[in-house]
Design a protein around this ligand. Structure first.
Ligand SMILES: *[C@@H]1O[C@H](CO)[C@@H](O)[C@H](O)[C@H]1NC(C)=O
Length: 209
C-alpha cells in the first residue's frame, strides 16, 4: 500500500505542475530561485515573450555525432515558463545519430519532416526490450517519459525531425556523457565492473567524454 502510494505520488510529479494563472513569462536575471522561473510583471508582457524565431534554420551537424538539436525550451522562449510543453528541431547529417539519452521530465513526440530516421527506446528492467522503427516523412513516434531512446538518419541525405516534449524544461541525460564524462570522474573500477570492460578501455572512454 505504502509502495503504491509512493509510486502514484512519483507519477503525479513526473510532469510539470498545472498553472495557477494565465501565464508566467519568465523574468530575465531574476535572483530568486524557484521551481521553474520567476514571473515577469504581466503588465509588461508582450507578444515577443511568447515567440521564438529561427526553427527554419538547419543546425550545424559537423560534429562527431552528425546531429544537432535546436531546443525551444523555457530558456529560449520565456512564455513557455509554467506551461508544461516545449519543442526542438533535430538535424541529421547522412547516417548521423542523436545518441542514447533520456528526458527525466518529459514524454517526447517526434515527427519526421525530411528523410528516413530509425528511432528506438528501451524498456526498463528486467526486460530491456528495444522498441524500434524506421520512420519516413510525416511519420510520428512517441518516446515515453524517462526511457532511454535514440535516433539515427538511415538515409544518404540530410534528415530533419521536430519533437514536442511534455515539460517546459525536459532535461537531457546523454548516457555516454553522464556515465563516462561525469565531473569528477566516476571511479573507473565502478565502470569496469558495471560495463564488464577492462580498466584501460574505461579510462580511454573517460578521456573521450
Ligand atoms: C559548423 O561547425 C564546425 C565545427 O564546429 C565549424 O568548423 C563550422 O564552421 C560550422 N559551420 C557553420 C556554417 O557554422
Amino acid at each position: 500500500m505504502v509502495a503504491h502510494l509512493a509510486l502514484s505520488f512519483w507519477l503525479v510529479l513526473a510532469v510539470d505542475q498545472s498553472t495557477l494563472q494565465d501565464f508566467c513569462v519568465s523574468q530575465p536575471n531574476a535572483q530568486v530561485l524557484v521551481n521553474g522561473l520567476v514571473c515577469k510583471d504581466p503588465k509588461l508582457v508582450e507578444a515577443n515573450d511568447f515567440s521564438f524565431s529561427g526553427l527554419h534554420i538547419a543546425g550545424n551537424t559537423s560534429n562527431p555525432l552528425g546531429s544537432k538539436v535546436t531546443p525551444v525550451f523555457a530558456a529560449q522562449l520565456p512564455g513557455l515558463n509554467t506551461l508544461g510543453i516545449a519543442m526542438a528541431r533535430i538535424d541529421f547529417a547522412p547516417w548521423g545519430i542523436n545518441p542514447p539519452h533520456t528526458h527525466p521530465r518529459a514524454t517526447e513526440i517526434l515527427t519526421v519532416l525530411q528523410g528516413s530516421i530509425e528511432v528506438g527506446f528501451v524498456t526498463s528492467n528486467p526486460d530491456n526490450r528495444l522498441i524500434r522503427k524506421v520512420l519516413q516523412q510525416g511519420d510520428v513516434f512517441v518516446f515515453p517519459i524517462g526511457l532511454i531512446h535514440f535516433q539515427r538518419n538511415v538515409g544518404d541525405g540530410n534528415a530533419i525531425a521536430i519533437a514536442a516534449l511534455g515539460s517546459q524544461n525536459p532535461g537531457v541525460i546523454t548516457i555516454a556523457n553522464a556515465v563516462f564524462g561525469s565531473n569528477p570522474d566516476i571511479a573507473s573500477d565502478v565502470l569496469s565492473k558495471a560495463f564488464q570492460l577492462d580498466n584501460g578501455v574505461v579510462k580511454n572512454l573517460q578521456s573521450k567524454f
